[in-house]
Design a protein around this ligand. Structure first.
Ligand code: GLV
Ligand code: GLV
Length: 323
């Protein structure tokens, strides 16, 4: 089939590698939002009217209002593992398949989580700024001293695939492992030796707390003033999930009043986080622009998987990774 007589229309809300577009062009007419940022809402609302498949990003809000215009839409393929940007119930009601990109980003995201843990615990960013500012006058015993990583206790909130991958890395640092999850994950316990416990116990015991849970109504602002107050003054909090899981005002207070020692954040309530956000004014916050899965390898595999899901659904096969 040539492009001209392809019967399906696929809309991509961002530019991705040519290879991905070509794969989709084998079966469909493909249109891509060529702008630098996210596709504007009004454009997306129009484009979805004619689309059979939507290749979407976590920056696109796929809600009832949008889906009700999507008369031909068969699939929303989100190029992310998280899908809190999509009203999945509203899609299902219309028979629209929603897919995400698990597995292919697990190791890259776990690497980033561990990098944040090391950076926040050992003050890498603060120390780097200190050096560049010309403040390094002499070696001294406690210059930029941080918290031990080796042998420390790590608490993982959300023991899914990424949690398990973080736990494996922690074993190399001889860390002891606690985890909290909606339900026990026996397979992860066997592989990592992590011990299941309640959230409060995890917060009280851990030297490092890594938050990896998806954002759902149940996990919205899971971490608030009460939760931070349970943590140790020497503890480090890492968030690689979604900004909505944390009450940022409570986190700020916990850091300023030294209830906790440092934080490493890849995600924020509002993204991009405003540069005058109070959390960014703190030297003990390592802040990153939502780059958990951002390696060339992982992002390419995510895009391929999203495209493969679209090809599968449009050609009448089962989706590879439905949510
Ligand atoms: C990124 O945050 C993702 O959900 O893939
Ligand atoms: C530090 O560089 C040391 O030699 O202990």
């Amino acid at each position: 089939m040539t492009k001209q007589d392809a019967k399906w229309c696929v809309y991509l809300t961002r530019k991705v590698a040519a290879e991905i577009v070509e794969r989709l062009q084998e079966i469909a007419q493909v249109e891509v939002w060529e702008g630098d940022g996210p596709v504007p809402r009004d454009v997306l609302l129009k484009k979805v009217e004619k689309a059979d498949a939507l290749f979407a990003m976590l920056t696109d809000r796929i809600d009832e209002d949008l889906l009700k215009r999507a008369e031909r839409l068969q699939i929303v393929a989100n190029m992310a593992v998280g899908y809190d940007n999509i009203d999945v119930a509203a899609a299902k009601k219309r028979g629209i398949v929603v897919t995400n990109t698990p597995d292919v980003l697990t190791e890259a995201t776990a690497d980033l989580a561990f990098a944040l843990l090391l950076a926040a615990g050992r003050r890498l960013v603060e120390a780097n700024r200190f050096l560049h500012a010309g403040e390094w006058k002499t070696w001294s015993p406690y210059l930029m001293a941080g918290q031990s990583v080796h042998g420390a206790k790590l608490g993982i909130i959300g023991m899914g695939r990424i949690g398990e991958a973080v736990a494996k890395r922690a074993k190399g640092f001889d860390m002891s492992l606690l985890y909290h999850n909606r339900r026990r994950n026996m397979a992860a316990e066997r592989v990592t030796g992590a011990r299941y416990c309640g959230l409060d116990e995890l917060l009280q015991e851990s030297d490092y707390v890594v938050l990896l849970t998806p954002l759902t109504p149940q996990t919205r602002e899971l971490m608030g003033a009460r939760e931070f107050s349970l943590m140790k003054p020497s503890s480090v909090f890492i968030n690689v999930s979604r900004g909505g899981t944390v009450n940022e005002e409570a986190l700020y207070q916990a850091l300023v009043t030294k209830q906790i020692w440092a934080a490493g954040l890849d995600v924020f309530q509002q993204e991009p986080v405003p540069v005058d956000h109070p959390l960014l004014s703190l030297p003990n916050v390592v802040a990153l622009p939502h780059i958990g899965s951002a390696t060339y390898q992982a992002r390419t595999q995510m895009a391929r998987l999203a495209a493969d899901n679209i090809v599968a659904v449009l050609t009448g096969r089962e989706p590879i990774s439905p949510v």
